[in-house]
Design a protein around this ligand. Sequence first.
Ligand SMILES: [Zn+2]
Length: 258
Amino acid sequence: MQVCKLCRSGTDIKKSHAIADSVFKRIFRVNSGKAIAFSRDEEDVYYSSDSWWDNQLCGECEDRLNEKYERYSLQVLRAQKGVFNRSEHRLIFSDVNLHKLNMFLLSIFWRAANSGHVAYKNVVILDGDNEYLREALLSDRQVPISRISVKIERLIDKTREGGFSLKQLKDIVISPFCRIYGADKTKHISVCFVFEGFFVQVFVPGLKLKQRAAAGVIHKSQRFLSVPYLHLFDIEEVVELMVDGYCKHAEGKSNIKI
Ligand SMILES: [Zn+2]
């Protein structure tokens, strides 16, 4: 019998999704049950209905994370909860519970770091942080911004012609990747996620005081969040991935019909 990675009880383990199953389901629904998949590690571009699950949690812990954080946070990100305003440079979410949103994004990071699925192979976590987050998620304890910071940006495509619409950007999920900032003592990493039309970075250790003032960094005590726009092709790692996928398709290493 497997052990639940969150509560550590030996029980019936369920399929767990780091990036929510409902994110994948929405994409599959609008694309006849499958998505276009490509990766720098694989030879071909192909259709996939893989939602990147792994056996991780017991039913109770699955429900705990879904009910406490996931359902509410996806509603916030989909502008179905709180107040949502759009300006020239950013989105503003008001009247929202940012502790829940922060924990939701940290739960994705934690589940991804503990997943055996190949899509999450780049997500790394130190043992101490892993245990700290496990306990925080289990007991709904706030995670200080100095320990782990979360930043969120809304993806847009400024390409004048033939770019992705906002709706299409929501249909892109990218296997998380890591960035390394600074050197030696100031060195820290961010794990980067793209889903639901957002670019999310989890910084471990947390951002320094000055960096925390940047738009998009979640301050849990506030009731509003300013989410700046980010041009998809300003993300270097995404450009590399897209170019690689495009080349494979152009070379005929693809069964995608466009
Ligand atoms: Zn459990």
